[in-house]
Ligand binder design. Sequence first.
Ligand code: ZN
Length: 322
Amino acid sequence: MKVYIETKRLILRPLTPEDAEAAFRWCSDPDVNTYLYYPLYHQVEDVRTWLESRNPDDPDVYDEGIVLKETGELIGSGGLSFHPERNAWEIGYNLRADQWGHGYTVEMLNALMDHIRKIRPLEAIDGIFASENYKSQRVMEKLGMIYVAETKFSKLDGSRTFHALYYRRNFLQPSKRCSICAQIHRIRRKDNPYFVWELETGYVVLGDHQRFEGYTVFICKEHATKMNQLSAYARMAFLKDMTITAEVVQRAFHPDDLDCELISAEKSRHMHWHLFPKHNGDTPRSGPAWLAEDLNDDRYIPTPQKLEELKQALITQFKQIR
Ligand SMILES: [Zn+2]
């Protein structure tokens, strides 16, 4: 499909036969080609023929030109193509070798996924890459994909066969049976008064009962009840987001102590951190916040005015810390 999307550093736009010379720079580079299905191109004319043969209106294929905003140069192409038999979108990309290592591929794919989601469901993404191609593994991990299986693939001309890894990410589909999905759905509709802030891997909300003023919950976006269900990248990002949240709660409410607990009960489906800001003497005895018997007493449900005040205290700190 034809798109025109601007991201922070890139423009994604349709490729045309006029791009043949620019595309030849990566299509003819053996380093770029090493792990691709497609053969190396030796003539600009062959690249032009390939560009002319593409159908830019195929609704199942988003294969776009990647332009660097800063210089206006076309530096690569890539995107996602839908595979109905797997109900998943497979990712693919090739980038000029002098542009590797800047995160452009991840930026491009995230923008395209956001675009596709506005038009149709995007339930999963798949990627298959040669196991020795650690750069692609990094891309998959940054996209939150996790290892599924070992496999292999051959170049189209049969010249090489690679031992390969198959990675996948299943996206959260709102589930009627999941109360946290319902909460997230309301956050996305801007209809959740407890919502405070969105981080890369989760949402920050205020707790329903404010027995400990400033009690905050950080909820994982994914259906994951254990850390090992997240990709290596997402795991570290989730922990980093939690420490940011803890720091924000600390700065906003200046507690003497901050209880942080990761709850990963199977039935909640989204693991989440509880952060209780505690002050000396606010419980009859020391120990975890859970020991306070009146933790969920209705008199601790905040008034709309109080809720707003607590939210603003956190938002002010989130804006400063990032
Ligand atoms: Zn859910």
